[in-house]
Design a protein around this ligand. Structure first.
Ligand code: USQ
Length: 382
């Protein structure tokens, strides 16, 4: 397949590019380094140094013999997007090119507007490039479980059948996002649904939970190929953060009561899910939605798991609840359906002590790079 990856420099975009290239697909990645610029501006650089995309592609080619083509440019600029599509003629488009941090989107007006404009413009340009240039291409869009919020009923996979006054119909499952970033993903889904209905696009929208991990088959070929591993309060996801805190000797930062439940998955499973979706695409005129997670945990359960994994390695890990900088329910019902990707063939890598131990070892090797000023929350929702 000719595969175009929008946002190929990110935590998920880069390992996805290597995974598709290793499977023999013809891969092009595009990115404008927005996340790198925000990380630098907010003093939130990743734990491990990441060479530029062009350098990573060269390192990967030397290690694997597989090519990844790199294009640097701003996908919110329609001219760049349309030229890219004409040049690469993709059969599969994987869209990760969004500002992915909830805290950054809540920092102030400028950051909210930047998130809103970038995320919606890229999605809009991508839709039009597919519609006008490669109408049969399959769009795989990374959505987020955070689109649904934490409703007091089971979360279905994208759609809800409603019976009202004796009649039935099926609608997009109600959305109630908890940050401006998550809200841009809700708006993306609505845009995609409109163009699927009116122009017959083929779209898979993956509602993904927080991802953890640093290891993939290809990333392990050379340390310089590793994904951007963030542990800061802006870009770091909770499991990655807790593991770095454990190594740094900082008590694990449980926000508030710690009963917040989310659906988590290993980075290796993100790659599997995206590959499964690409190999078994949505039909023309179909918006197919999967909930992309393998296990649910409360924040307190995650903290306990990390504490136990630390103990196994002789590290004393403390846990401390701190004031929650976010506006979110700390005790709630949470039961998302997630059978769709399993039916396509997903074989989960669960959050085992071995997985946590492997990550701890990697962090310990790089403990001299940890800056503890990046750990405590610097952005508040209120
Ligand atoms: N949390 C803590 N302590 C911390 C960090 C986080 O208790 O030090 C809590 C948060 O309050 C939240 C939960 O852990 O209840 C998850 O937080 P997170 O920072 O791991 O995840 P989130 O901000 O929701 O966003 C991440 C990615 C985002 C993706 C999303 C999936 O950054 O791009 O869309 O996970 S989901 O959460 O399912 O919407």
């Amino acid at each position: 397949m000719r595969v175009l990856i929008l946002g190929g420099d990110g935590y998920l975009g880069w390992p996805t590019a290597m995974d598709f290239a290793a499977a023999g697909h013809e891969v092009t990645v595009a990115d404008n380094y927005l996340r790198r610029r925000i990380a630098e501006a907010t003093d939130s650089e990743a734990l491990l140094p990441a060479p530029s995309l062009t350098e990573r592609a060269q390192i990967f080619a030397a290690a694997s013999g597989q090519a990844i083509a790199v294009r640097i440019g701003d996908l919110s600029d329609p001219d760049f997007m349309f030229e890219l599509f004409k040049e690469t003629d993709p059969e599969t488009v994987i869209h990760y090119a969004e500002q992915p941090s909830a805290p950054y989107s809540m920092r102030g007006f400028r950051e909210a507007r930047e998130t809103f404009q970038n995320n919606l413009d890229v999605t809009f340009n991508c839709i039009w490039a597919v519609k006008d240039i490669v109408p049969n291409a399959h769009i795989i869009k990374l959505g987020t479980m955070g689109e649904y919020g934490t409703p007091n009923i089971d979360i279905e996979e994208g759609w809800l059948e409603v019976e009202h006054k004796g009649r039935k119909d099926t609608f997009l499952y109600p959305r109630a996002a908890g940050s401006l970033y998550h809200t841009t993903k809700v708006l993306d889904t609505d845009l995609l649904w409109f163009y699927v209905r009116t122009h017959g696009l083929r779209v898979t929208d993956l509602m993904q939970g927080p991802v953890y991990g640093v290891s993939t088959d290809e990333a392990d070929l050379d340390p310089r190929l590793c994904p951007n591993f963030h542990y800061d309060d802006i870009f770091g996801t909770v499991v990655n953060r807790f593991l770095v805190q454990a190594v740094a000797g900082v008590p694990l930062t449980v926000y508030g009561g710690g009963g917040q439940t989310r659906g988590y998955l290993n980075l290796r499973d993100t790659l599997q899910c995206v590959r499964l979706a690409a190999d078994q695409p949505a039909q023309p005129g179909e918006l197919r939605i999967f909930n992309q997670l393998t296990e649910t945990f409360t924040v307190n359960e995650l903290a306990d798991r990390v504490q136990q994994a630390g103990q196994q390695m002789g590290i004393d890990v403390a846990i401390k609840s701190i004031a929650n900088p976010r506006k979110e329910k700390e005790e709630h019902y949470y039961n998302p359906v997630h059978s769709g990707l399993t039916e396509l063939g997903l074989e989960p890598h669960y959050l085992s002590e071995t997985v946590l131990g492997g990550m701890l070892e990697r962090i310990i090797e790089n403990r001299h790079r940890i800056d503890i000023n990046r750990i405590m929350p610097r952005v508040s929702w209120s």
